[in-house]
Design a protein around this ligand. Structure first.
Ligand SMILES: NC(=O)c1ccc[n+]([C@@H]2O[C@H](COP(=O)([O-])OP(=O)(O)OC[C@H]3O[C@@H](n4cnc5c(N)ncnc54)[C@H](OP(=O)(O)O)[C@@H]3O)[C@@H](O)[C@H]2O)c1
Length: 363
């Protein structure tokens, strides 16, 4: 669908110096809807140019976009200044949850929509937690949130944890078959902790069987994604039962998930593959700039999907799956993969912002 942009929205990246912030800047350097007009981080970075503030911490293989190198970084506490410079903010900061929620609500009260990567507000019933192909109807709760915050245009919209992007897309179109049990084991890249091998040499040739808080998020967040909007808030789904183990593996980017699943009405393998092949949502229908043309790509080869080969599919915004087969204890098992700092972090938030823009929430 063709769409003419009449006015680009000005945005600030809060947490611009971090790993997710860096991804935001590479995705936003030449964006058709958005113009980055300010950068913010902690008081440690404030007053420095972006290049000085990042110093040796640039973590991506792509170079820093030249247009940001000389921009002066603001202290994220300077909310009035930030509000005078932009129309909305992207937020990805590493701070205690209570402080993140206070910061995000403060931005919203200054009438700045907040498109967040952080987990602090994910559990709040009037904050939409979006995977835009799946639950764009949850945007309806923004009205309730605005009433709570006393705002006209300020609100918070979040994306879910990076781990669940590797299996929730495949499970969603199967809910109609009475999906009732899911076992998910995730094999998560070190960039999910904001780290490279240089900064985390203990991860070389190693597997760490614990990621703080990750299993709880991986079990609970899908139930909000699959929830219904009732009386202006999201009411979580109460099924399927999900149990997870989340494991850190020596991979730079890409979270893999090994999934077992059972159904009340077991579909055929062909029905599952058809449901995956046909699954799309508003991002595809609206032709959003970061929407993958094909949401779920299934590989027939036994040795796919692989992080190194498949994580960048559709600019790292597509989800890949493979090895769907019957199981001895559950009905089926399969493997999923998503790029954790693109679809799972900055790219997911940019897609959320593109949807919010097209639906008028950033006006
Ligand atoms: N990495 C991923 O794959 C991923 C995926 C999904 C979600 N997330 C979430 O995204 C957020 C950022 O992750 P990250 O990996 O980018 O972390 P990171 O590389 O450690 O970057 C943290 C950012 O937060 C800023 N910051 C720290 N303390 C601050 C304060 N008191 N006030 C304002 N800014 C402050 C830092 O600024 P300074 O440079 O000035 O210290 C930096 O810009 C986290 O909530 C994380 O859970 C990450």
């Amino acid at each position: 669908m063709s769409f003419v942009v009449t006015n680009k929205k000005k945005c600030c990246v809060v947490g611009a110096t971090g790993m997710v912030g860096q991804r935001f800047l590479t995705l936003l350097a030449d964006h058709p809807y958005f113009e980055v007009t300010c950068l913010a981080a902690s008081a440690r970075s404030a007053g420095k140019t972006y290049a000085e503030a990042v110093g040796s911490r640039w973590k991506l293989t792509e170079p820093m976009p030249a247009k940001f190198a000389d921009m002066t970084v603001l202290d994220s506490a300077e909310v009035d200044t930030i509000a005078s410079l932009c129309d909305f903010v992207f937020c990805a900061v590493d701070m205690p949850k209570a402080e993140v929620r206070e910061m995000e609500e403060n931005f919203a009260r200054h009438e700045l929509p907040v498109v967040s990567n952080n987990s602090a507000c994910r559990g709040v019933e009037d904050v939409p937690m979006l995977m835009p192909e799946i639950n764009s109807d949850h945007l309806a709760v923004i009205e309730t949130q605005k009433k709570r915050l006393g705002t006209k245009r300020g609100f918070i919209a979040v994306k879910p944890n990076c781990s669940i992007q590797s299996y929730v897309p495949m499970l969603t179109p199967l809910l109609k078959f009475g999906l009732n049990k899911v076992v998910a084991t995730t094999y998560q890249a070190i960039s999910g902790a904001g780290k490279t091998f240089n900064e985390w040499p203990e991860m070389i040739d190693n597997v760490i069987p614990f990621i703080g808080g990750e299993e709880q998020k991986s079990e609970q967040e899908p139930l909000k994604i699959w929830g219904k909007v009732e009386n202006g808030v999201v009411v979580n789904a109460d099924a399927p039962l999900i149990t997870t183990q989340c494991i850190r593996v020596p991979v730079t980017n890409g979270h893999t998930a090994a999934i077992f699943m059972s159904f009340e009405n077991k579909p055929s393998k062909e029905e599952i593959l058809k449901a995956w092949a046909e699954y799309k949502g508003l991002p595809q229908e609206l032709g959003l700039p970061n929407a993958p043309e094909q949401f779920i790509t299934y590989f027939e080869e036994d040795n796919r999907p692989q992080c190194a080969i498949d994580r960048e599919i559709y600019g790292g915004m597509g989800i890949t799956a493979g090895r769907l087969r019957e199981d001895t204890m559950f009905d089926y098992k399969f493997v999923g993969l998503s790029h954790n700092t693109l679809r799972g972090a900055a790219g997911g938030s940019v897609l959320n912002a593109e949807l919010l823009y097209r639906l008028g929430y950033l006006d």
